[in-house]
Design a protein around this ligand. Structure first.
Ligand code: CMC
Length: 376
């Protein structure tokens, strides 16, 4: 195979056809099913965008009401899932618990082995609804708060906020949480989505593909960056400390979490721009200096590395100001992205071709076999 066929990390390789989402770099827009994702996230509900992501069109009023009512009905999780979470080590990261919970949910889904498009849509709705409950339970159970049942009279994101914090959000919190949550809903072939599609291409079940996506999201180069960005802003604690702090990271040749992106190499992530505005609004409302610290870090990273912030850089401190525990930032990312993952899995399986690339072999050939008892 010629070396031209090889692109490390599949950079710039078109690995699938999809009508779900694209990152339009020329127009600086994330296109979701034809719409501007950032505009959707700020103008409508998570449920509206989730329906669009899954089914390819915005729902009419009847479709919307039926969809939201099904999601509410599916929110609760079987007691066996709660029991599995209760049995896991209290030190497990919530994402580990979520993988175990999704594996257990699979065992209770009567349509597990049916990969038809219709069954995949039905399973997707159940997983979208239940993953929010699993997210909160994966924090509440190991922290001794027990299983907090979902409230069916609240919208999807306010219910998630309630299950996590134990209280309903005020109007400002509800708006900012829903908008920032919806920003995460879909982002083309990020490593977790690609993992889901690759696994789905073996025609295994949707739950298995979701578990692989959760595993990919846990990595610091992908979803964990929001958690680590929040920790960094808390540790910096004041804009005056930012330069020394960042320089120390760069001197160690480590990465500053929440900066850089494989696709947005020459500009800011469009979601980050909007989340920056939200962080300003929330910092002002809560009397916090997070916005000033974040602005200073952006200035320093521009000057020293010419790197732009990505969405995780803003969402980490945003969630901290909302009173959400840090270890839940990546699980919350998953609870949103599940709509994108399941849409991709359904799309992949509806028109499947097994992913089976080749490797450029760099190992030895023609070695002479030596029987075990003759080896040195
Ligand atoms: N801090 C310091 N240096 C960086 C960073 C960073 N965050 N990101 C990239 N660089 C440097 C990198 O060291 C390299 O420098 P050099 O050429 O001197 O070796 C140069 O920039 C190019 O980086 P790259 O490794 O080619 O970039 P990549 O496309 O492989 O990586 C990335 C993209 C997101 C993995 C990387 O930017 C990174 O590790 N960022 C921090 C983690 C992060 O914020 N992840 C969230 C991504 S967006 C949301 C999501 O999808 O989850």
């Amino acid at each position: 195979m010629s070396s031209q066929q090889y692109s490390p990390g599949l950079e710039n390789v078109i690995a699938a056809t999809s009508s779900i989402c694209t990152l339009d770099l020329e127009r600086h827009v994330i296109v979701l099913r034809g719409y501007n994702l950032v505009e959707l996230a700020t103008k409508t509900t998570y449920e509206d965008v989730a329906y669009l992501t899954l089914y390819g069109h915005l729902p009419n009023r009847r479709e919307y009401m039926e969809f939201t009512s099904r999601l509410r009905e599916y929110r609760d999780i079987p007691k066996e899932v709660v029991e599995i979470l209760e049995k896991m080590s209290r030190d497990s990261h919530p994402l580990l618990m979520m993988k175990a919970a999704v594996a257990t949910l699979a065992a209770y889904d009567p349509e597990l082995e049916d990969n038809s498009l219709e069954a995949n849509f039905r399973k997707a709705e159940r997983i979208i609804a239940k993953l929010a409950t699993v997210t909160a339970a994966a924090y509440n159970i190991p922290n001794g708060r027990g299983y907090i049942r979902p409230k069916n009279d609240l919208p999807h994101t306010s219910n998630l906020f309630y299950m996590i914090t134990g209280r309903e959000p005020n109007d400002l919190e509800a708006r900012i949480f829903e908008q920032s949550f919806t920003m995460y809903i879909e982002h083309e072939l990020a490593v977790s989505t690609f993992a889901a599609r690759v696994v789905a291409s073996s025609m295994t079940d949707m739950y298995g593909a979701v578990i692989s996506a959760l595993a990919a999201l846990k990595g610091p180069l992908h979803g964990r960056a929001n958690e680590m960005a929040a920790k960094m802003i808390i540790e910096i604690s004041s804009p005056e400390n930012a330069e020394k702090y960042i320089q120390r990271i760069l001197d160690r040749r480590e990465r500053v979490m929440g900066f850089g992106h494989r696709v947005y190499r020459r500009g800011i992530d469009p979601r980050a721009e909007k989340c920056r505005e939200m962080l300003k609004e929330l910092s002002d409302a809560k009397g916090s200096n997070y916005y000033e610290i974040v602005e200073r870090v952006v200035e320093i990273m521009q000057a020293k590395k010419n790197l732009y912030p990505n969405v995780d850089f803003y969402i980490g401190p945003l969630y901290h100001l909302l009173g959400i525990p840090i270890e839940l930032y990546t699980p919350i990312f998953a609870a949103s992205r599940i709509a994108g993952w399941t849409a991709h899995i359904a799309e992949q399986q509806a028109n499947n071709r097994l992913f089976r690339p080749r490797a450029r072999y760099e190992g030895p050939r023609d070695l002479k076999f030596i029987p075990l008892d003759e080896r040195e």
